[in-house]
Ligand binder design. Sequence first.
Ligand code: FES
Length: 156
Amino acid sequence: MDCEKQSQIEEWHLIGLLSDFPDISQDNERCHILPACKTLSVPNAKSAQTRNRLSDLNDQVLVFKYKGFLHAIDNQCPHSSFPLKQGNVFDIEDIGAPHGAGIRCFRHGWKFDLFTGKGDSGPHKLNLWDIEVREIEGAASGDKEVWVKRPSQDSQ
Ligand code: FES
């Protein structure tokens, strides 16, 4: 395997099985993210050299399912670094999108579109991670694997 192929493979991270993610829209408690989500640390090269609490949050990806769609986003709010896992998810109905959804940060109430990352207050944008759901070869259960990849610098 050549180096380029190897590095492409290493950018993706297996985070669990599809069955690990119950749909939080079934939650009658206003779609709070916890506990039906996963928060994982995926250090990048820069943060691995400068470990501290802030870089830990900066490294975290928050993964959950809402109304049938898997979302993988930075756990760190783009406004002022509050953990978005303490926020709640809501429908965006006023833009006419069939599957519009957003997340509201618990700290100051700013909202971010879960499909575009756009915020409702200023230029702050939420980083959206790539997601792939992959078949498990030979698995009898019918379950699948969930993989995530950090957004490229160009899309941030
Ligand atoms: S820290 Fe999230 S809205 Fe301010």
